[in-house]
Design a protein around this ligand. Structure first.
Ligand SMILES: [Zn+2]
Ligand SMILES: [Zn+2]
Length: 383
């Protein structure tokens, strides 16, 4: 068997094994142990327990003191799998519906390629991070001293993209994925009998008005050149069919591509809620938190990575617009420049986070080659 065929066979095995045993964010103990064991077998130096269940592998060649990091995520989602695959999740209510099983396997494949074939001068850090899906894992590794203990100059990550053919690469310079903020507004008045609203300070009508008011933030307060989405996703009250509610909770989600837009949305929301509450004699509380920061790809490094992966890809092109999903990878890019790149998962792939999704094993080799090509380009040995 050729070396490439051997790596591919192993990646498929790893991926299916990980798929059978999905683990939720910060609970990836089996996955982390699997990653650590595999890296050690390849002769990669391993540190475990970084930011909870994170694993960092370090591989050095040559004499350069430059270092670059490649990152994969390891966590699964609380979704019940609806595929018929032989390797379907063995854990009820949990599945790899975002392909992080594939991301982990392809980074291990890249580690095998780079450990056995070399072709670079410097240090490669393999970052296997926990808890991407709830936006906490990258921060946990950074808070655990990642940059001080395992320094690197640049960082790269891959995500599979359903709908794009296998072997194709999509990049984007600058803002590539959105920030995600979540909010919860609590309106409090006085509930009571549905026949006597004049004696109460009920909250149903004000809450419904507020849901509409919030839509004016994007329509009337943001610069038309800026982009954001304000979505109210839940409206919950303590009313019953014949009693008006005294408390309403309005929850939702905001996506944007720059910190200043996110700040504007928050301040306008607070103003609108405060105004509506004052007008109707209610009290209001707003909790507004930033779960994901916008993903900002370094323009030079994105171009360099695109050039590097052309030789191992059928097509490399720029995404026409940023994606309004969010990625924890963005946290690393606040420390060092880097680029987050998308690789085709095939036109037949179910969408991400769907119970019918299964990572496409045909894209494993491409992913491993993309990782390796970036390393060999960015840590090119001096002629
Ligand atoms: Zn996901
Ligand atoms: Zn993902």
């Amino acid at each position: 068997m050729s070396a490439a065929a051997d790596i591919n066979r192993r990646m498929v095995e790893w991926r299916r094994d990980l798929h059978r045993h999905p683990e939720f964010g910060f609970e990836e103990t089996r996955t982390a142990a699997f990653v650590a064991r595999t890296l050690r077998e390849l002769g990669v130096e391993v540190a475990e327990g970084i930011g909870g269940t994170g694993v960092v592998g370090t591989l050095k060649r040559g004499t350069s003191n430059r270092a670059i990091a490649l990152r994969a995520d390891m966590d699964a989602l609380r979704i019940t799998e609806k595929t018929e695959a032989e390797w379907a999740s063995r854990t009820e209510g949990l599945m790899h519906a975002c392909g992080h099983d594939g991301h982990t396997a392809m980074l291990l494949g890249a580690a095998q390629m780079l450990a056995t074939e070399g072709g670079f001068d410097g240090t490669v850090r393999f970052l296997f991070q926990p808890a991407e899906e709830w936006g906490r894992g990258a921060l946990a590794m950074l808070d655990d001293g990642l940059m001080e203990r395992f320094p690197f100059d640049e960082v790269y990550g891959l995500h599979n993209m359903p709908g794009v053919p296998v072997g194709h690469v999509r990049t984007r310079e600058g803002a590539a994925m959105s920030a995600e903020d979540i909010f919860e507004i609590t309106l409090t008045g006085q509930g009571g009998h549905a026949s006597q609203p004049h004696l109460l300070r009920e909250v149903m009508v004000p809450a419904c008005a507020l849901v509409q008011d919030l839509q004016t933030i994007v329509a009337r307060r943001l610069n038309p050149a800026d982009t954001a989405v304000v979505s109210v996703t839940e409206l919950l009250t303590d009313g019953t069919r014949n009693a008006l509610p005294g408390t309403a909770r309005i929850l939702g989600d905001v996506r944007s591509f720059s910190p200043s837009v996110s700040e504007t949305v928050e301040s306008e929301m607070r103003r609108i809620v405060g105004g509506r509450a004052a007008m109707l004699g209610l009290t209001a509380k707003v909790s507004y938190t930033r779960e994901f920061v916008p993903l900002l790809n370094d323009a030079d490094l994105t171009r360099a990575a695109a050039d590097a992966v052309r030789a191992v890809s059928k097509d490399v092109s720029e995404l026409a617009a940023p994606i309004t999903a969010s990625e924890d990878f963005a946290r690393f890019q606040y420390h060092v420049p880097g680029s987050f790149i998308f690789i085709g998962a095939g036109e037949g792939s179910a969408p991400l986070h769907s119970p019918a999704y299964d990572f496409n094993d045909d894209s494993l080799m491409h992913g491993a080659l993309v990782h390796s090509a970036i390393v060999r380009n960015r840590l090119a040995p001096k002629a």
